[in-house]
Design a protein around this ligand. Sequence first.
Ligand code: FES
Length: 143
Amino acid sequence: MIPRPSFEQPLSIAKDYPLFTEEYPNVSEFIEVARITEFGEGQMKKVMAGSREILLARIKERYYAVDARCPHLGGDLSEGTLHDTILTCPMHHSQFDLRDGHVIRWTDLSGIRLTIASRQQPPQSLKHYPVRIEGDRILIAHE
Ligand code: FES
């Protein structure tokens, strides 16, 4: 059984590499996407990991990486708003928890309009990626 990713992520985990590898057996490599000096508390920005657009955020000394495009209709989440680990899409205000990408709210519709919209585009979690910190380098899993 594959263990769930831990949300506990110290700033420097270099000494924990063997443990980290055991937690993510399907991760073939980590690639550098940014430096910790680029982020203040509560900041997020879009970075590239190969050809993937990734949204990287720092919240309470931890870093989270998720797809930068909303799974609803592709809104640019780097233009959304962030409150603690809750990310809100700028287009139709779906909300996701950055810790694991789960959906908190699917669009800002309600009632029958939400039912119809959810049938057309069922709620879908935001893909998230393991993050590793090496010194001041931020690396994310590259599958
Ligand atoms: S595109 Fe993000 S909520 Fe619609």
